[in-house]
Design a protein around this ligand. Structure first.
Ligand SMILES: Nc1ncnc2c1ncn2[C@@H]1O[C@H](COP(=O)(O)OP(=O)(O)OP(=O)(O)O)[C@@H](O)[C@H]1O
Ligand SMILES: CC(C)(CO)[C@@H](O)C(=O)[O-]
Ligand code: BAL
Length: 308
């Protein structure tokens, strides 16, 4: 969806390493945004995106000797992606949609009820237009990867879904995301709480814990402690957040698990909402939109199955 960062570029790099021809799509798909979500304000940095892709393409060309590492950028208009009815984001929306259930109703889908309908629909369109041998998605959006794999399987699509590790900020490991530009310094610092909570749960798993309550208690401890610490600060110091969910789920069905089956592993994932700042200090570095809108952050860690 543009507003490119190193996470996006890592998908392109991997695609260039594994294929002769690479297409990059840049399209902010309206049907995956709910009616009250941020479609209108979603960051758009077209000129910078193109410059980044050009640079990457020439770097890759030098290292691999390919003619051109990126063959084309596909940036369609909404009229060409939705040729008959205009895109509809309402829950009862009319139009031609791909619905992958129950996967699309879980986790992210609970808070964003039209999200995965929009994602599956636009990906089906992109796959039909480009007919790719392989498609590249980021691990950061784990539920999206599970849904796209399911769509490929259930609709007998002739493509291989490749999932590329989450690129993280060097300083603290925050998952890169286009929406991070909404975070000013204060919310950016606190936003790492989600990854820290997931890491605490992962550590519990590594220490041998397998029961849901035991593993997730470690994550909740981090989230609750951080939240309480913010509450103690004054309005000019704190950045408050709400936890939407912390999940320990089966890697294929994304159903919550009670005891992790080591042969299958599990996915630890979560979402938090960074709330708008209550009061802004003079000279404080703010994010896009002045830290006035809530920002949803997601992240996950895969608990890999034990080799047999
Ligand atoms: N940090 C990351 N590491 C690896 N892949 C990523 C990362 N962030 C996004 N991607 C992948 O890039 C592709 C395009 O994602 P998208 O344009 O929605 O960017 P995004 O950063 O996820 O944006 P948003 O902030 O809206 O979630 C998706 O497959 C997504 O999973
Ligand atoms: C898969 C996707 C490109 C569909 O618009 C989007 O959901 C994203 O960028 O993750
Ligand atoms: N990468 C997810 C796109 C979205 O949140 O709309």
């Amino acid at each position: 969806m543009g507003a490119l960062h190193q996470g996006h570029l890592s998908l392109v790099r991997q695609a260039a390493a594994e294929n002769d021809r690479v297409f990059v799509s840049v399209y902010v798909n309206p049907t995956q945004f709910g009616v009250n979500e941020d479609l209108g304000s979603y960051p758009k940095t077209w000129d910078k995106d193109i410059a980044m892709l050009r640079q990457l393409s020439s770097d890759l060309k030098e290292t691999s000797g390919h003619e051109g590492a990126i063959d084309a950028i596909f940036a369609p208009t909404t009229k060409s992606m939705y040729p008959t009815l205009p895109p509809d984001s309402s829950l009862s929306g009319t139009g031609s949609f791909v619905n992958i259930t129950p996967l699309g109703n879980l986790l992210e889908g609970k808070s964003r009820p039209v999200f995965f309908r929009g994602v599956a629909t636009v990906c089906m369109k992109l796959f039909n237009i480009v007919q790719p041998t392989r498609v590249y998605f980021g691990q950061k959006d784990v539920q999206q990867t599970v849904i796209i794999k399911r769509m490929v399987r259930d609709f007998h699509l002739d493509t291989e879904v490749r999932v590329i590790p989450t690129e993280r900020e060097k300083d603290d490991g925050l998952a890169m995301s286009s929406r991070n530009v909404y975070l000013g310094d204060r919310r950016r610092r606190v936003g790492i709480v989600l990854y820290q909570a997931l890491q605490a749960a992962e550590a519990a798993y590594r220490m041998g814990m397998r029961r849901r309550e035991e593993v997730l208690a470690f994550a909740w401890e981090v989230a609750n402690r951080t939240s309480a610490a913010q509450d103690e600060h004054g309005v000019e110091e704190r950045a408050r957040f709400e936890v939407d969910y912390i999940s320990l789920a089966d890697p294929e069905t994304l159903e919550e698990v009670h005891i992790v089956n080591e042969a299958k592993g599990a996915v630890l994932s979560g979402a938090i909402k960074m709330l708008p700042l209550e009061s802004v200090r003079a000279g404080e570095r703010l994010g896009m939109g002045g830290d006035e809108v809530a920002v949803r952050l997601i992240d996950n860690i895969v608990l890999a199955p034990r080799p047999t």
